[in-house]
Design a protein around this ligand. Structure first.
Ligand code: F0G
Length: 457
C-alpha cells in the first residue's frame, strides 16, 4: 500500500503564527482558560472546529466571482436549489445563513412547551434552539456509542427500543420530530448505519412522526456506509446519500461542514404547508426566499462544494487522515474514541485525567494543556458544554468527557498532523501534573462559548 496523499495541490497559502510557551501561558490566563476567548492569531494549529474553516477550491473561488447578487431569483440560488434537490431528493429548499438559523426556524414553528424532540444526539446549538422554544430534547444513543474506547462500526446509531419506549411514554402527539444527526458530532463523529435509519423510519411511520436528518456531515456518513455496511460497497456516494435522505421528511444542514463553505446552511423538506410557514419566518428573520441571509456568491460556493465533497478520492483521504491521527495516539496509549470518526479525533478526558473529578472539568483542563504545550486549539465536549445543575446547584455531568480535535477540510497537511500527535503525547506523558478548573463566570445557555474559569488551587 502506498501513502494516501492529499488529493489536491496548494495554490495559495496563509501564514500561521508561532508563540513561545511563556506567551501562551499569559494568553491562556487572559482568556480565562476558555479557547473561544483566544485570538486566532495566537493559535498555531486550530482544531477548534471543522465548521466554516475549510479551504475552498479554485472552482469555488471562481464561482464566488460569478455569484449573482440579485435580491430575487438569483441564478446562484437556482444552482444551489437544484444541487440540493438532486442530492437529497427533497423538493423544497430554503437557504439560511448557517445551520442554527435553519434550526431556529423549524423549532420555532414546531417546538414549544410540552413538546419533545428525540435524537441519537442533538448538537449543542440544536438542543439550545429546541430548549429556547420551550420544548425538550432527548438523546437516545445506542449502547456502543456510550463507551468511547470500545470500537464498533456504527456508534452513532439511535437506540430503537428506547425510541419506542419514549414515544409511548410521552405520546406521539407531543413529539413533532425525530432527528438523526449524521455523523453524530457530539458522540465522537461516529456514523449512523442505513439499517438504523430505516428502523427509525419504520417507528416514525407507525407513530406518524416526521423524521429529519441533521445533515452537516452527510458525505462523511455516506462514505462510512460504503466502507462498513453490507450491500453498499459498490454503490456511489451520491447514490448512498440519496437513499439516506429518502427515509427522511426533511433535513437541516450547516454548509460550513460538508459543503466546504465558510458560511451557509439550508432547510429542505417535502411538506409544502410547513415550507410555506418556514419561508414566512425566513423572510422576517433571515431574508427573502432566494437568498436567506446569504450572498449570491455564498450560494454558488455551497452548490459547487456540495458536489466536490462527494468525490471518493477526497473522502478516502479525509476519513484516512482522521484515522491516521487516531492510530498514532492509540499506539502511544492515549485513550481516544474508537474507531476514528469522520471529522475529528476525540480524546477521552475522563480516562486521560482520571484524578480530575468531572466537576473540575477534565476536558477543559486538557484543552488548556494542549494549547500551552503546543499552541493547539481544541474544544471540550463534556460537562462544560452539556453539564446542567440540579436544584441544589450540584453539577449533573455529561455522559462523556471528550476533547475534540476537529480537522478543518483540506487545510492541514500530514506534517501538521504529526506535530499535533507529538504535542498530545507529550502532554499525556506529564498528565499527572495537570490541574482541574472551576467556573468563575457563566451564562445560562451555551455557557462553554463565554465561560471564564480558573485552575483549582
Ligand atoms: N448540527 C451539527 C451536528 C453541528 O455540528 C453544527 C455545528 C450545527 C448543527 C450548527 O451549525 O454552526 O452552521 O450553525 N457545529 C460546529 C462544530 C459549530 O464545531 O461542531 P452552524
Amino acid at each position: 500500500m502506498k501513502t494516501i496523499i492529499e488529493p489536491f495541490r496548494i495554490k495559495s497559502v496563509e501564514p500561521i503564527y508561532f508563540t513561545t510557551k511563556e506567551e501562551r501561558k499569559a494568553i491562556l490566563e487572559k482568556a480565562c482558560y476558555n479557547p473561544f476567548r483566544i485570538h486566532a492569531k495566537d493559535v498555531l494549529i486550530d482544531l477548534l472546529t471543522d465548521s466554516g474553516t475549510s479551504a475552498m477550491s479554485s472552482n469555488q473561488w471562481a464561482g464566488i466571482m460569478q455569484g449573482d447578487e440579485s435580491y430575487a431569483g438569483s441564478e446562484s440560488f437556482f444552482h444551489f436549489d437544484n444541487t440540493i434537490k438532486q442530492i437529497t431528493g427533497m423538493p423544497l429548499v430554503i437557504p439560511t445563513h448557517q445551520g442554527r438559523a435553519a434550526e431556529k426556524i423549524i423549532f420555532t414553528i414546531l417546538g414549544g412547551k410540552g413538546k419533545y424532540f428525540i435524537s441519537n444526539t442533538l448538537f449543542d446549538t440544536t438542543r439550545a434552539n429546541i430548549e429556547f422554544s420551550g420544548a425538550e430534547g432527548i438523546d437516545l444513543i445506542c449502547e456502543e456509542g456510550k463507551h468511547p474506547t470500545i470500537p464498533a462500526p456504527f456508534k452513532g446509531n439511535m437506540d430503537v427500543e428506547a425510541l419506542k419506549k419514549v414515544i409511548k411514554e410521552k405520546g406521539p402527539a407531543n413529539i413533532p420530530m425525530v432527528i438523526i444527526t449524521v455523523t453524530n458530532n457530539s458522540g465522537g463523529g461516529q456514523p449512523v448505519s442505513m439499517q438504523n435509519i430505516k428502523e427509525v423510519r419504520q417507528v416514525c411511520t407507525e407513530n406518524k412522526i416526521p423524521l429529519y436528518i441533521d445533515a452537516c456531515r452527510f458525505a462523511e456518513n455516506s462514505y462510512f456506509i460504503k466502507l462498513r455496511e453490507e450491500g453498499y460497497a459498490d454503490k456511489s456516494v451520491p447514490e448512498i446519500a440519496l437513499e439516506l435522505f429518502s427515509y427522511a421528511d426533511g433535513c437541516t444542514m450547516s454548509a460550513k461542514k460538508d459543503a466546504f463553505a465558510n458560511i451557509g446552511g439550508f432547510l429542505a423538506m417535502r411538506d409544502l404547508d410547513l415550507a410555506i410557514r418556514c419561508r414566512n419566518l425566513l423572510i422576517i428573520t433571515e431574508g427573502f426566499t432566494t437568498y436567506g441571509g446569504l450572498a449570491g456568491r455564498d450560494l454558488e460556493a455551497i452548490a459547487i462544494g456540495l458536489q466536490e465533497v462527494m468525490d471518493e478520492n477526497y473522502l478516502h483521504y479525509r476519513i484516512r487522515s482522521i484515522e491516521y491521527l487516531t492510530n498514532k495516539l492509540i499506539a502511544a496509549g492515549v485513550p481516544v474514541m474508537q474507531p476514528a470518526g469522520g471529522h475529528a479525533v476525540y480524546i477521552d478526558a475522563k480516562e486521560f485525567l482520571p484524578d480530575i473529578p468531572v466537576d473540575q472539568y477534565p476536558g477543559q483542563a486538557l484543552v488548556g494543556a494542549l494549547y500551552l504545550e503546543g499552541g493547539i486549539r481544541s474544544v471540550e465536549i463534556g460537562s462544560l458544554m452539556f453539564g446542567k445543575y440540579d436544584e441544589t446547584g450540584k453539577l449533573i455531568p455529561a455522559q462523556m468527557e471528550l476533547v475534540r480535535l476537529a480537522i478543518p477540510r483540506r487545510v492541514y497537511t500530514q506534517s501538521h498532523i504529526d506535530y499535533v500527535s507529538e504535542v498530545i503525547i507529550d502532554v499525556f506523558n506529564k498528565r499527572n501534573t495537570l490541574k482541574g478548573l472551576t467556573i468563575i463566570e457563566e451564562t445560562p445557555m451555551l455557557r462553554h462559548f463565554t465561560a471564564k474559569l480558573k485552575p483549582v488551587q
